[in-house]
Design a protein around this ligand. Structure first.
Ligand SMILES: NC(=O)c1ccc[n+]([C@@H]2O[C@H](COP(=O)([O-])OP(=O)(O)OC[C@H]3O[C@@H](n4cnc5c(N)ncnc54)[C@H](OP(=O)(O)O)[C@@H]3O)[C@@H](O)[C@H]2O)c1
Length: 292
């Protein structure tokens, strides 16, 4: 898995196409998708055109997508997988993730709510049952690896122990304000890749991009704050997903180089703690607008 990944959580379909194309042109070879992002078709279109135009083979890119909360029932997993593959115009996936450990009421409504506006969960399916259906996809050569997302150690450890095919990747929010050190240690010990989302703090102005420690290091080493944050993520042993939406930012985010040890230490000493996306607590995605 290439450590630098391009995330496709982009609400606008036209921007999804241009940003995916620009990322491929800038050198990104790892693409993170999800049925919940409702843009797999656009990503598939951009990838197909980009591969053809750039003479890039399918084997040269790494594509992930995720099964949504409403498809946790084992009998719904393979149809959801097939539908994603069809929209992405691929015949296998490198990685299939369980998007969150929360099962929602099964069905086509991705955000099922009761009369009070509360999410309708599904207590008729266990994480392990969903995982077993994902293991079957690997058995049948449909995807190369499976993993989890938005999960903490309390749920990851028992699933890891019960799994016949171990999770290859755990995707969670991670940046200097949410380093997830304990989870990273567990992942390293077990040979699991921790795949960090929101490594730039989702671009938020109050986030790590504007942190004085980060901006001072950027000035010192002649890189941008984004490049410092992405380099830190790779050097501490995570893979990452970033979502530049312009060609210039795609080139900037791909052009990272190693930071000196003292810079890494300074970043590791940042005390601010901030979680930007509450999905890990409820299963409802924080960065995706609720309305269609
Ligand atoms: N598993 C999950 O539940 C989950 C949740 C969230 C995200 N994800 C995945 O992780 C991916 C990345 O998450 P993210 O979008 O939060 O990543 P991010 O790269 O931390 O944040 C993207 C934001 O940063 C800005 N940005 C990008 N490059 C920049 C640069 N060089 N300088 C300054 N600002 C820059 C972008 O602004 P512009 O738009 O103006 O370029 C955008 O607003 C998503 O696309 C998705 O694939 C997964």
């Amino acid at each position: 898995m290439p450590a630098l990944g391009f995330g496709t959580l982009i609400p606008d379909p036209a921007v999804t196409i241009t940003a995916t194309r620009d990322a491929l042109e800038a050198g990104f070879r790892h693409f993170d998708c999800a049925e919940r992002y409702r843009n797999e078709r656009e990503v598939g279109e951009a990838l197909q055109a980009g591969l053809a135009a750039g003479g890039i083979a399918r084997e040269d890119i790494f594509v992930t997508t995720k099964v949504w909360n409403t498809n946790h029932r084992p009998e719904r997993v393979e149809p959801a997988f097939d539908a994603s593959l069809d929209r992405l115009r691929l015949n296998y996936l490198n990685l299939y993730l369980m998007h969150t450990p929360f099962a929602f009421q099964p069905g086509d409504e991705q955000d099922p709510r009761d009369q009070n506006g509360d999410v309708i969960y599904d207590d008729g399916v266990t994480l392990l049952a969903t995982w077993r259906a994902m293991e079957n996809l690997v058995d049948h050569g449909r995807c190369r690896a499976i993993g989890l997302s938005d999960i903490g150690l309390n749920e990851l450890v028992p699933l890891y122990e019960a799994a016949r095919i171990k999770p290859a990747v755990v995707q969670v929010e991670s940046h200097p304000y949410l380093p997830e050190t304990e989870l990273l240690e567990f992942c390293k010990e077990k040979g699991i890749v921790l795949l960090a989302f929101a490594p730039l703090g989702h671009g938020m102005t109050s986030g790590p991009l504007k942190d004085p420690v980060i901006t001072a290091i950027a000035a010192r080493v002649g890189k941008t704050p984004a490049q410092v944050l992405l380099a830190w993520a790779v050097q501490r042993g995570t893979a990452l997903l970033t979502t530049p939406r312009s060609a210039a930012r795609a080139r900037e985010n791909f052009d990272i180089s190693a930071l000196p040890e003292d810079a890494l230490d300074e970043i590791n000493r940042i005390q601010t703690r901030q979680r930007l996306n509450e999905v890990v607590k409820t299963g409802s995605p924080g960065f995706i607008p609720r309305s269609r």
